[in-house]
Design a protein around this ligand. Structure first.
Ligand SMILES: [Zn+2]
Length: 132
């Protein structure tokens, strides 16, 4: 029988409730600690990690960025901002500057020339990869 994690609004404990698949969603779970019925479903860490992984997978697949026009710097800037947001990381001042300049309409080649260090740290994902 699968176990579901809940946060109990009554006793404020994190509890595990066992429910069959057919009961889940139909039968109101009851807190095993206090008997309260105000349980909030918690998303398990493993599930979160898995979705994180698949998001990164889709990031590495160029076809996932279907609406990106490589000839349009603003479109690329939008994609790069989205990529930075998806990764949830600070991409560094160079990355931010490159995006700003793309949005200003500069070509990736120009930016690449004036910022020779761009993309070197990660080994991939630099503007070079997006050139044709
Ligand atoms: Zn409780």
């Amino acid at each position: 029988m699968p176990a579901y994690e809940y946060r109990c609004a009554d006793c404020r404990r994190r509890v595990t409730v066992f429910q069959s698949y057919s009961d889940y969603g139909k039968i109101q779970p009851v807190c095993p600690e206090c008997g309260g019925q105000r349980l909030q479903r918690l998303i398990s860490r493993t599930r979160f990690a898995r979705s994180e992984e698949s998001r990164l997978e889709s990031l590495s697949d160029p076809s996932a960025w279907g609406d990106v026009d490589e000839k349009d710097p603003r479109s690329m800037a939008k994609m790069m901002r989205r990529m930075g947001g998806e990764l949830g990381e600070e991409m560094g001042p160079e990355f931010g500057e490159a995006v700003d300049r793309l949005e200003a309409g500069e070509s990736p080649e120009e930016i690449d020339r004036s910022m020779p260090g761009l993309g070197d740290d990660s080994g991939s994902g630099g503007l070079d990869d997006l050139d044709d």
